[in-house]
Structure formats: C-alpha cells, structure tokens
Design a protein around this ligand. Structure first.
Ligand SMILES: Cc1cc2nc3c(=O)[nH]c(=O)nc-3n(C[C@H](O)[C@H](O)[C@H](O)COP(=O)(O)O)c2cc1C
Ligand SMILES: [Fe+2]
Ligand SMILES: [Fe+2]
Length: 399
C-alpha cells in the first residue's frame, strides 16, 4: 500500500501480510492477515518508527523510498525487538547506516543478539525527550508489553502515540487505515480482542501499568504497529485494552464459554440439554467445538467470560487430550480465577474429573460442579443436564 500522511509530516508506511499462515508460528491469520505499520516523521530531523517483518522488507523499503532517500533519515526508533517489526533492520542499516537507533537499554543487547547490530545506537530512558525541530518525541517505556525491552513513542505537538503492539490487532487494512474509514469496526474490535487474548493478555498487569503512564498524556491519535490507526476514537481502543486487562484482576463478564469435544459422540448427546439449561438461565453463551476450532479463536471467549462449561470424555485416565491442550493454553495465557463446570462420558474408571481438579488448582479456577456418566447418557442424565447447566448459568449471573 502507498504511504499515507496521518498528520502533517507524519506518514504511515505499512505492509499488509496476506501470506503468513500462522502469526508467531502459532496464531491463524490466513483469512484475516495482519499489517505491519511503520511511521516516518519529517522535521529538521527525520525519524522512522519501527520497521516490518524481514519477509516484506523489499516492499517496505520501496514504499519508504517514495517518501525519502533513506540516507537522509536521522533516527530509527525501535519500540520493540520482535522480528515482526525489527526483521528489516539489517537491510535498513545497509541503506541508512547514518540513522542512529533509539531504543531502551534492554533492546541494545537484543539488537546484537538478533541482528549483530551494535553501533550507532543511543539508549533512551523512560520519559526522555528528543527534539526534532518543531516536533518532539517522548519515550514511554512499557516493559513486558509483551517483551522486556518494549516502549512506546509519543509525538508531543501532534499528540500521536506510536504504541507498537499495544492497542494492535489482526486484520489487513485494505479499505482504509483509520478507524473512521469504516462504518462498522466490530470486525476490527473482534480481531483486536483475538490479538490481545493470544499475545498480550498474559501481560495484563504491565498493560495496566502502561495505561496508567498514559493517563496524563493527551492522545489525539493512536498509531499501533498492527491494525487500525485510531483517529476517530483513540479512547475506544485504549478503554477496550484496559477493560480486557482488568479481567485478569477481578471477575470477567457474566457469560459462559461452552467448550466441547468428543471421540464417539456420547458426550455430545448431552449438548442440547446443556444448551437448553444455559438458555433458561438467560446467560450469554459462546460455544466451541474444540476438535475443529483453533485455540486462537477460543481464547477471546475464555478471556471475557467468567464461566466455563467443559464437555469432554475421559481418555487414558485423564481428559480428552484436545481439551487438555486447551486448558494447558489457559495456564500459558494466565486466564485465572474463572468458574467451571464439567460434563462427560467415561468407559470404566473415569479420570477426567480428577485431571480437572489438579488443573484448576493451577489456574485458580473454582470447580463448581460435574456431571459424569458411563457410555451414553441415560434419560435421567439428560434430564439432570438441563438443571445442571441452568444452575451454573444462574451462578455465573449472580457473581
Ligand atoms: C483412546 C481411548 C482411551 C480411553 N481411556 C479411558 C480411560 O482411561 N478410562 C475410562 O473410564 N474410559 C476411557 N475411555 C472410554 C471413553 O471415555 C468412553 O468411550 C466415552 O464414552 C467416550 O465418550 P465420547 O463418545 O464423548 O468420545 C477411553 C476411550 C478411548 C477411545
Ligand atoms: Fe510483539
Ligand atoms: Fe508485533
């Protein structure tokens, strides 16, 4: 895409990635894609803020050259060392060796380790300012959002915050780069939540710390390194990130994530009764067949809903491994303090409940109730299931 002037003499230079199947080798983006946003500020001193993934460096540098001769760039700000932004660093250094790199002290060692770059680097401190002429940069460190060296950069005269991964989201920017280019941004909000729950949520406390640091800074525009540039309503994405981060501290929304997976369909026979009970309780429910849905799409619901209803059979004295993998990811992503109920079929001695008890101790989940049955559910099991899930739904609503 061609560069776009987002403020006088501040340009977006972005690349839409439509070829990567798994972001970070893990999160599906085949349908949605992702953008790598970089920014150029022209003033007496010229600054480039962040780069892009190495795979796209040729496309990126060609776009950059339509705006400026790279040998005239004074500074490269490296907000974050993850290679989706820094991958083009060696190629950039080759054509712009004069550009001094500005980054946190923690990024300096990483630059050497990742790219063998150790010269012409100036470490910057939290709240340090650098004048560019009329414009001025303010650096705000944001450690562990989501790497230790992370920072954000703020341009004081235009009040633009270059927030890097914070406030980012999946989704390419084909029909406009600004939030107010779209009548309905619910798709981007959903993809921001998926990005948040996949990548940032485990670091909710650092996100809240970073949010607190921004409290006294007037923000006219949020320009992250992925997804929309928030011009119409920058407070919208800031508030969403803060709201989502707070779900790690206290209770999340009064809803239920219903997760189910089955080998031969016995556990699944309970599903209509379970769903009916949740409907009776009028509790918002999002269901996922874990055997066909990637965890990337399940994490957003686990993150925002306080209740988790788990349906899966016993497998080798434990729970169905696909469900175990989901619950293992729960621990990776620090989705703590939820309320859970379990239903499932077993063949002889069972074991899923025992597994869950141990698992929930790790994730600090409250194990509310379980309903297990040998083989296929009996009429009595089916009759009980609806009341079982209705009780659970009502409990979640009452929290
Ligand atoms: C590979 C495999 C391992 C199993 N391991 C156990 C087990 O350790 N203990 C047990 O009680 N049942 C075990 N079962 C039996 C299942 O829990 C039982 O068949 C159940 O009805 C399957 O539910 P589903 O139809 O929802 O997949 C196992 C079944 C399979 C296929
Ligand atoms: Fe990152
Ligand atoms: Fe990133």
């Amino acid at each position: 895409m061609k560069p776009i002037e987002i403020q006088p003499n501040i340009f977006w230079i972005g690349v839409n990635d439509r070829s990567t199947k798994l972001f970070e080798g893990l999160w599906p983006i085949e349908k949605e894609g992702i953008s790598y946003n970089s920014y150029l500020i022209k003033d007496e001193k010229t600054v480039l803020i962040d780069l892009c993934k190495g795979l796209f460096q040729d496309e990126y540098l060609n776009e950059l050259k339509t705006l400026i001769d790279p040998s005239e760039i004074d500074y490269l700000v490296v907000n974050h060392m993850e290679p989706d932004h820094s991958g083009a660093m060696q190629a950039f250094r080759k054509i712009a060796p004069q550009a001094k790199i500005l980054a946190t002290i923690k990024a300096v060692q990483m630059m050497e380790d990742f790219f063998g770059i150790s010269e012409n680097i100036q470490p910057v401190n939290d709240r340090e300012k650098i004048s560019l002429g009329e414009k001025e940069l303010l650096f705000i460190t944001a450690p562990m959002v989501h790497w230790p060296e992370t920072m954000m950069t703020y341009e004081t005269s235009s009040q633009v915050l270059f927030s890097c991964d914070a406030f980012g989201g999946y989704g390419t920017l084909s029909d406009g780069i600004f939030d107010d280019d779209y009548k309905d941004i619910s798709y981007f909000e959903q993809e921001s939540l998926r990005y948040f729950s996949n990548i940032v949520a485990a670091f909710s406390k650092p996100v809240l710390n970073a949010g607190a640091k921004l409290a006294d800074i007037p923000i006219k525009m949020i320009a992250p390194s992925h997804g929309l540039v928030w011009r119409g309503a920058p407070e919208r994405i800031l508030n969403l990130y803060v709201k989502w981060s707070e779900f790690s501290k206290d209770t999340a929304e009064r809803g239920v994530t219903l997760l189910y997976g089955s080998m031969y369909g016995n556990t699944l026979k309970m599903l209509p009764a379970i769903t009916a009970g949740l409907e009776k309780a009028h509790v918002p429910t999002k269901g996922h067949d874990i055997t066909t849905t990637h965890i990337s799409y399940i994490l957003p619901d686990l993150w925002v809903n306080q209740g988790v209803m788990i349906g899966a059979p016993t497998y080798e004295g434990s729970i169905f491994p696909t469900m175990a993998a989901v619950l293992e990811m729960v621990n990776f992503k620090r989705i703590f303090n939820r309320h859970a109920a379990y239903f499932g079929s077993y063949g002889w001695g069972g074991g899923a409940t025992r597994y869950l008890k141990t698992q929930f101790e790790k994730s600090k989940w409250e194990f509310v109730e379980s309903l297990v049955f040998p083989g296929q559910p009996s009429q009595e099991d089916l009759a009980n299931a609806s009341a079982f899930s209705e009780r659970f739904g009502n409990l979640i609503k009452s929290l």
